[in-house]
Structure formats: C-alpha cells, structure tokens
Design a protein around this ligand. Structure first.
Ligand SMILES: *[C@@H]1O[C@H](CO)[C@@H](O)[C@H](O)[C@H]1NC(C)=O
Ligand SMILES: *[C@@H]1O[C@H](CO)[C@@H](O)[C@H](O)[C@H]1NC(C)=O
Ligand SMILES: *[C@@H]1O[C@H](CO)[C@@H](O)[C@H](O)[C@H]1NC(C)=O
Ligand SMILES: *[C@@H]1O[C@H](CO)[C@@H](O)[C@H](O)[C@H]1NC(C)=O
Ligand SMILES: *[C@@H]1O[C@H](CO)[C@@H](O)[C@H](O)[C@H]1NC(C)=O
Ligand SMILES: *[C@@H]1O[C@H](CO)[C@@H](O)[C@H](O)[C@H]1NC(C)=O
Ligand SMILES: *[C@@H]1O[C@H](CO)[C@@H](O)[C@H](O)[C@H]1NC(C)=O
Ligand SMILES: *[C@@H]1O[C@H](CO)[C@@H](O)[C@H](O)[C@H]1NC(C)=O
Length: 773
C-alpha cells in the first residue's frame, strides 16, 4: 500500500484521487474527540419492545454514559432498533456489555465502498450503458422509495430531474437536511430525502452535508433510479441514453460515508432513520473487507438490515470485490439480497498495431495521441533493464527496473505474470522512466477496463501476448502504435462474471448460498459530480458529467431498482417474496446461448453468480415465491450460536413462546425456506431431505406445476411430490427434495451444482442447488 500511496501523490492528474485508499485505512489514528476514547456501538436489539423491561434498558444504559460525559454520545438508535454509539473507554465498553438488554458492544468499524477491488485495479473502468433495465411501468412515477446509504448525492445531476412526477407520497416521513451547500430546494419529487451523519472523528465541516464530494453515491443513485437522459457519454465513449433500473421510483440519500470511509455508527443511524422515514428498498454498495469480516452481532449491515427486513424493507447489498478467491463474499446474512457483478456487452478496445501491421486486441480506456501508423519504437521491458535490476523485475516493468535511456520515446512491453504491481502502477513506472506508452500482458484485466487518460497504455490477454513476444524477438527494430479507445457493442460473450466479484461459499453459513444473484457491474456509465472537482480529467477535456465505474457497488443498485419495480407492481409483497421473484427468474446463459463463464473463461457456478444473472421483466410476475419468515431468520440465529435470551432482545416480532430448535446442526439451515438450496455432508449410503414451501402468486388460482431437475452426474434428486396442484384453497404447497449419491459413489467429487425448476407452462421458477461433502 505504501508504494501506491506515493504513486498516487505523485501522479494526481493521470490516475487521481485517494478516496478509496483513504477509505481502506484504519480509523485508529483519527481520534481527536474530547476524551480520546474510541467510539463503540452499543447494540440493544429491537426498538419499542413490547417487553417494558427491555424498553427501559436503553434509557438506563444510555443514562450511565451521559451522566459521565454528555458529549460522549455520537448516535442514538431508537426507531428501527435500539442502541447508541458513544465515546467509551475499553473498561466502560466491557462493563456496558454485561448490562441487561445489551446484545453486543463493539468498536465502531470502518467499512468501505465496493466500487473497486482495489483503487488501482479497477479504477475508472469504462463501458457503457445503464440502460440495461427497461422501465417497468408506464407511469412517470411510482410511490416506491429507494433509500441509498452512500457518499451523498449531487442533486443537480440531470438523472435526478423530477419532470412529470407525482407529489411526494404522503406516508413519507423523511427530510432534506440543510447544510451550507444543500437545502430543501435540492430535494424534489425524485430526491425526496437527504440526510447526513457527521463523522465523530473527522471533524470536517465539508462532511456535514448530504452533497456528494466523492461521486460514488451519485453514480449508484442514478443507476438505481435515475431518469432517462439522452446522449450521455464518457468523453465521447459509450455514447447513449442513461437510465436507472427504476426511473419512476423516488430516492432518499443517507450519507453515511465520508472520505474517511463508512462508519458503522453512521450506517446504523442511516438504517434507523430509513426504517422510520418509510423507504421500501435499501441499497448498500459498501461493506467490510472480506478479511476483516465481523461476527454477525458486530456487523452494522447485518444488524441494520435484519431490522429493516423485519419491517418489510428489501435490503440489497454488494457482495464485495475481493474475488476471484472463494469465500470472499460479504453481506451474506440470509435476510440480505447479495449481488455479484458481471460484464455487459460493451467493451472498450484500445488496440496495439505492430510494425508488421498485425493488430492485437487491447482493452483499456485512453485518449492516445499517437498516430495510427506503427512507427514508434517498441521494446520489451527485459531489454530495458537497469544494471541493478533482475531480469524478472525488468520484464514485469517493476519499480526501478527500467532504464530511462533505453525506454525514452518508446512503447514498453510489460509482462504481468507476477501480479505484485497493478497495470496502472506499471503505466506510471513506464511514464516516469520517459516511455511513450505501455502494453501490459495480464489475465486480470479481462473484462475490466483500466483508465489511462491521455497516456497510451493498453492491456492484452496472455494468449495475445505470445505473438507480441515473438514479434519483438523476430525483428531488430520493432515498431508499434497504440490506438485510441473505441467502444465496441454487442460484444460476446456477455455477461461474464467480473474478475473482482466476490465468491461463495458464504462464511456466516455455507448452508445458505451466497451471492444471491448477479447483475451488471463492469464498466457502468452513470451520473457523476457536476462541479468539475474531478482530478481524473484527461488533458484538454472538460470534466464529464457521466462516468464509467466497475465494482459490485455498480451491480447492487441495478438490483435495488429491479426490487423497487417488483414492489411497485406488488406493493404487499414481503422482502423475501421480492427476493425470491428476482432469484427464481435469473438466467445462467450468456448472449451466445452458452453457460455463463467467469473472467478466465471457465464455466461459472452458483458460487460466482448465485441464482444467475437478473432478468428485468420476469421478476414482476414470478408465478411462485419462496417466503422466508422472521422465524426462519430467528432459527438461523440459533444455528449460528445465539441463545434464545439474546434472540428475544433482537427481534421485535418474536413470539413469547419462541425457542431455539433442539437440533442445531447445519443441516437445519438447509431447511430454511430459501429460494436456493445448499446441502452439506452428503455421503454415500443415505439420502438428505430438505423441504421447501412455495406460494402461488400467478393470476390463476388453479394451476399445476411440474418439475424438471438438472442433476449433476452421480447424484439422484427426487422431488415429492413431482407435481404441485394449486387451487383457490391451497395457494401454498410444500415439497421435499431428496438428494442421494448413486450407488457407486461413496462421496462427492468436489462441490456439485444443479437446479430444480417448477413450471406450469406459463411461469418458470428455478432454484439452484449446491451439494458439498
Ligand atoms: C423481559 O425481558 C427480560 C430481560 O430479558 C426478561 O427477564 C423478562 O422475562 C421479559 N419479560 C417478559 C414479560 O417477557
Ligand atoms: C419507538 O418509540 C420512539 C419513542 O417513543 C418513537 O420516536 C419511534 O418512532 C418509535 N418507533 C417505532 C418504529 O414505532
Ligand atoms: C438553497 O440553495 C439554492 C442553490 O443551492 C439557493 O439558490 C437558495 O437561495 C437556497 N435557499 C435557501 C433557503 O437557503
Ligand atoms: C448528442 O451529442 C453530440 C455531441 O456529443 C451532438 O453532436 C448531437 O447533436 C447530440 N444529439 C442530441 C440529440 O442532443
Ligand atoms: C514478484 O515480484 C516481486 C517484486 O520483484 C518479488 O518479490 C516476488 O518474489 C515475485 N513473485 C514471483 C512469484 O516471482
Ligand atoms: C524471446 O526472447 C526471450 C529472450 O530474449 C526469451 O526469453 C523468450 O522466450 C523469447 N520468446 C519467444 C516467443 O520466442
Ligand atoms: C446468552 O448469550 C449471552 C451472550 O453470549 C450471554 O451473556 C448470556 O449469559 C447467555 N444466556 C443464557 C441463558 O445462556
Ligand atoms: C419435510 O416434509 C416431510 C413431508 O411433509 C416431513 O415428514 C418432514 O418432517 C419435513 N422435514 C423437516 C425437516 O421439516
């Protein structure tokens, strides 16, 4: 990280800002409050509990803190759930953790935005359209409200114009918080709410506003619910119409992130307010890094979303960008709709032309000023080695390995076999050494496009890299040029799972499949800051009002918009029914009618994409839905180790008679009525049975669904019954799935994947299943 830091500081114009880097940094040294105590979150379960003794606990514990120091309080949670955040000493925190009614006490964590895997890897990817989702309804406006927890919003962006929208729904209780650069006139019938939460440690007035100074919040908001804006582009690239997933929905921004990151205490405050304000969908393009994943009871997103879902709000979260390693998915609680990222069918090509006029396909965004004839000297990094560097370091264009006199005025060819340094860092090394341009061979670029401004740099795949090596070896005066970027549409295959997209299995419980679905999150064009305060502007250009970004951050609001469309169409549906509709209508094929693949070309699995790539109109009428109840979620809490005392504090709706099931084995988690199925511990000799219940939500009360099972070889899958006959009096039916190994096998040959599809000829309802040893 250190090199990156220096690198950033020294090249602000070309590769820009430190926002994401700063976000990743720890908060520990930011403490400058009056008593130097760290901020702790005290989580006390449901708000307004029917149990009077629990209701009083909040006041009692809070008073303890305030009596000592009335300035200690940072946030007070009392609408959606109960608790507070305060400056506390370690001893106080430990003592409060023992008080009645306290579920957990934990240091205020810093979460980060899920824009990019890391700032340098994906930054400023380019591609295209957010018009991948059509308008669901004909009306110009609906009463569905999408709340967004993010970096704030740029209200003047054209995507947030409210022309033709009906008045703000009367049930809305939110507000438009005033600050020096934001007032009620910045809210309209599109942006109906805007709140901010000051960072207790940053002490920066610039953060005391709902106005976005980062761009991320504006980008995701316009992807979720921006209106149609014709003729937008990223510096002329990816021209087209920008429109959000649910252009008729309303937006409420909860600014919980500053340039120091997204504080857990602020995220919980955002949830607390959003629940009370009356949002229908919450969209969170942020989370913990996968390596610092907290326990459920100290995870602000898991806690906040539990209460939001209990109140009927759909919560959609980014899966994270720490892929492609397995077990990297975050935000994996079963009540969350967790979203992976895929490409769309537009690519940005910046091709390399060799001296023999052979064209090699390159992937990058640059505004290369080089002429189109290949008459620029071209050199292998290895041939430009400094005397002190190793051959390997020079070949990879590592820092201090390139001799300036040898690369001056030349295009430098860099190998990417060693992934210690990113493409942008190497481009920087080459430009610092006086190089004219750079070609990087990397399998990490893939679908993810890097932004290089005016510097002629591009990436090629290892497959395309080999002939370049050959060319360099075959001629004494190699020549080349790098062509400026053009956007290529109808690119195939698409979608492809993004390299960075976080993967399952889930760590909270591997018996719930995560991520849940995949949506476009690579090279997404959406609204950006309109103040020109963007240090990433190519020379000689005006700042762009639209920007191309990649990350599960960009995928998440596509699904939030879709969830809002389902909710608009079916206002009484529960969050789990909406989630089920989106999952069971997802697809697993790409635009070549082949199975979805990952960035590396291998066939993707439910660990990559969950139920599959979202579809846009099918979820509006899914036929059947799997309802997951609060009791299912409470049982899940039992299975992961919470006791019934704690669970009764957490849940508002828990019946007095609730008790944890006697059998707390992971097998029971497989039996939670989830729209996907994971069965672990499948061994030879016996069957594992799981049950599911579906509700008919189609137009016809009387309809018969039959089943189709796609089972991996060596596995028997039996459904009982094989047909589901719905009638007016039986809208809800259960079935049992029995998994067993075929007689010859003793154990599974690795994790196995398949699907169960129920169909009545009109609707098709598909659930993926995963079987593990
Ligand atoms: C209320 O909660 C307290 C603390 O958890 C518990 O001891 C008590 O039994 C509860 N009272 C009722 C009526 O449930
Ligand atoms: C809970 O009670 C507080 C204080 O009476 C009130 O402000 C809040 O709106 C209530 N929350 C809910 C969800 O009823
Ligand atoms: C609100 O802000 C707008 C522009 O940002 C300004 O023109 C207007 O005077 C402000 N109104 C109030 C009441 O401060
Ligand atoms: C779209 O923008 C281009 C320039 O980028 C301009 O030439 C064209 O007239 C615009 N079209 C519309 C419909 O505004
Ligand atoms: C990659 O390069 C770094 C920096 O030169 C070096 O420390 C590391 O050993 C290299 N890794 C491999 C696998 O060669
Ligand atoms: C090109 O030459 C280098 C040594 O200069 C060698 O390592 C490499 O294998 C050669 N590549 C090809 C494709 O011939
Ligand atoms: C329930 O769990 C909490 C937190 O781990 C613990 O403090 C408490 O003693 C437990 N209660 C019972 C009845 O086991
Ligand atoms: C699943 O359903 C079957 C048949 O209705 C029932 O016998 C069994 O007890 C159920 N299993 C579980 C774990 O609920």
């Amino acid at each position: 990280m250190k090199e990156n830091n220096n690198y950033l500081a020294s090249l602000p114009l070309l590769f820009c800002c430190c926002v994401l880097l700063c976000l990743a940094e720890s908060s520990a040294d930011n403490d400058n409050n009056n008593n130097n105590n760290e901020v702790y979150i005290v989580y006390m379960g449901a708000a307004n509990s029917t149990n009077a003794s629990l209701r009083n606990d909040h006041a009692r514990v809070l008073n303890l803190v305030l009596r000592r120091n009335e300035k200690a309080l940072v946030q007070n949670y009392k609408h959606g759930f109960s608790g507070f955040a305060a400056h506390l000493s370690k001893e106080e925190a430990e003592s409060i953790a023992q008080k009645p009614g306290v579920v957990s006490v934990f240091p205020d964590p810093i979460l980060k935005l899920h824009t990019t895997r890391s700032w340098e890897f994906l930054k400023y990817q380019t591609q295209v359209k957010i018009d991948s989702l059509p308008t669901a309804a004909n009306s110009q406006s609906s009463d569905t409200i999408i709340g967004i927890l993010d970096t704030g919003i740029w209200p003047e962006a054209e995507s947030f114009v409210d022309t033709g929208m009906d008045p703000v729904p009367s049930r809305w209780k939110g507000t438009c918080m005033k600050s020096t650069d934001f007032n009620s006139s910045n809210c309209n019938r599109k942006i109906i709410g805007a709140r901010y939460y000051a960072d207790p440690n940053a002490g920066n007035d610039g953060d005391n506003t709902a106005r976005d100074s980062n761009g991320h919040g504006t980008h995701v908001s316009s992807t979720a619910a921006g209106v149609n804006v014709a003729n937008v582009s990223f510096y002329g690239l990816a021209e087209g119409t920008a429109v959000g997933g649910s252009p008729q929905s309303r937006l409420a921004m909860y600014r919980v992130c500053t340039n120091f990151g997204c504080r857990g205490s602020a995220i919980l405050a955002g949830f607390d307010d959003a629940i009370n304000d009356g949002v229908d969908v919450l969209s969170l393009s942020l989370g913990s890094p996968s390596v610092l994943r907290p326990d459920l009871t100290s995870d602000p997103i898991a806690i906040g979303s539990f209460h939001a879902v209990e109140r009927g709000i759909v919560v959609v979260c980014a899966a994270g960008n720490d892929g492609p390693s397995s077990k990297t998915v975050v935000n994996d609680a079963p009540w969350i709709l967790t979203v992976a990222a895929t490409t769309i069918d537009r690519e940005f090509e910046s091709n390399l032309v060799l001296g023999d006029n052979k064209v090699v396909q390159g992937n990058a965004i640059n505004f290369s000023p080089l002429s189109k004839t290949p008459d620029f000297p071209f050199i292998n990094g290895e041939s430009a080695k400094t005397s002190s560097a190793t051959v390997s370091d020079a070949r990879q264009c590592h820092p201090n390995a390139l001799d300036g006199t040898k690369v001056k005025g030349k295009i430098v060819f860099c190998d990417g076999q060693n992934d210690t340094y990113s493409t942008t860092e190497k481009a920087f090394q080459v430009s610092q050494a006086g190089g004219l341009g750079m070609v990087h061979v990397t399998d990490q670029g893939g679908s993810v496009t890097q932004f290089f401004g005016n510097f002629p740099a591009t990436t090629v795949s290892p497959k395309d890299g080999a002939p370049i090596f050959q060319y360099l070896n075959s001629t004494s005066k190699p020549m080349a040029t790098i062509l400026p970027t053009v956007s290529v549409i109808k690119y195939k295959p698409a979608p492809v799972v993004g390299y960075f997209s976080a993967r399952g299995p889930a760590t909270l419980s591997s018996n719930i499949l995560k991520p849940d679905v995949a949506a476009p999150g690579v090279n997404i064009l959406a609204a950006w800051l309109g103040n020109g305060a963007d240090d990433d502007v190519p020379q000689g250009q005006k700042p762009s009002a639209y920007k191309v970004l990649s990350g599960t951050s960009m995928a998440c609001p596509h699904v939030s918009g879709l969830a809002a469309n389902v909710k608009s169409r079916n206002p009484t549906w529960t969050p789990s029914a909406i989630k089920s509709a989106i999952m069971t209508s997802a697809i697993q094929n790409n635009n070549m009618k082949a199975l979805l693949t990952t960035d590396s070309g291998s066939v993707a699995t439910p660990y990559d994409y969950g139920a599959g790539e979202i579809t846009t109109s099918e979820p509006l009428q899914p036929g059947l839905v799997y309802e997951t109840t609060t009791i299912d979620y409470l049982n899940f809490l039992c299975y992961i180790g919470l006791n019934v005392t704690t669970i009764k504090i957490i849940s508002k709706t828990v019946p007095e008679s609730f008790n944890c099931p006697k059998d707390l084995s992971p097998y029971q988690i497989s039996n939670i009525n989830y729209p996907s199925i994971v069965v672990s511990n499948l061994k030879g000799g016996g069957a594992v049975n799981v049950n599911r219940t579906v509700t008919n939500v189609g137009e016809d009360d009387e309809t018969t669904y039959s089943s189709v099972v796609d089972a991996p070889s060596g596995i028997n899958v039996k459904l009982i019954p094989e047909k589901l006959e719905f009638t007016e009096s039986s809208k809800t039916l259960s079935y049992q799935v029995s998994f067993s190994l075929s007689s010859s096998s003793k154990s599974l040959n690795g994790d196995q994947f398949g699907s169960i599809t129920w169909s009545d000829g009109k609707y098709s309802v598909q659930s993926p299943f995963v079987l593990t040893n």
